[in-house]
Design a protein around this ligand. Structure first.
Ligand SMILES: Cc1cc2nc3c(=O)[nH]c(=O)nc-3n(C[C@H](O)[C@H](O)[C@H](O)COP(=O)(O)O)c2cc1C
Length: 175
């Protein structure tokens, strides 16, 4: 039976969506069936898929609440299939914090939720100060200053390592 993959994502500024779209395109190139949904628009059933991917960005230290609710509500269905969780955040721009075992948000998340996906992955996101409302920009500049990242308000950097996303997608095909 060919693989049917479902992807649900939460994305505020579009980077997690971009990553999930990339994964979808890559999988489709190798003739896999992929359905991609925003968490606000999930109209299917987890049991329709052989592999189910859930992706969320981090904001102020936490994954999206709707994603957390979705996991808690659908735990039985998730436990019955192969699952993947993807976290997108800026701390993962640092090589020593870009794996599930070293990324602080992922470590903390799986201590607080009763779910063990088959695979966990972390990708670095995008920094684009001009997009953020004033106070968000100040806060992110502060976080960046604390973590020795760029603080210039014109900074726009995509930290996502697309080679890593491609590698991950190849592994997903053979899961
Ligand atoms: C308001 C705000 C808060 C954020 N908080 C964090 C954070 O606590 N830790 C972190 O590593 N990244 C943080 N980020 C960075 C986002 O995770 C990163 O920009 C990611 O690419 C956003 O993905 P999205 O566009 O799919 O929402 C924050 C970004 C914004 C705009």
């Amino acid at each position: 039976m060919s693989n049917k993959i479902g992807i649900v994502y939460s994305s505020i500024d579009g980077q997690t969506h971009k990553i999930c779209n990339f994964i979808k395109d890559e999988l489709q190139k190798s003739n896999q069936t992929v359905d991609l949904f925003s968490i606000d628009n999930f109209t299917s059933n987890i049991t329709n898929y052989n592999t189910f991917v859930i992706a969320s960005s981090i904001r102020y230290g936490v994954h999206n609440k709707r994603i957390i609710d979705f996991i808690n509500t659908n735990k039985k269905e998730l436990d019955a299939t192969k699952t993947v969780f993807i976290s997108v955040n800026l701390v993962a721009r640092k090589s020593e914090k870009n794996t599930p075992k070293t990324n602080p948000y992922v470590i903390k998340f799986f201590k607080t939720i009763d779910w063990k996906p088959t695979v966990i992955e972390v990708f670095a996101g995008k920094l684009d100060y001009k997009k953020y409302p004033f106070w968000d920009r100040i806060m992110i500049q502060f976080i960046m200053w604390m973590t020795k990242g760029p603080t210039d308000k014109n900074t726009k950097i995509e930290y996502t390592n697309w080679g890593k996303v491609t590698q991950f997608t190849n592994n997903l095909s053979s899961m």
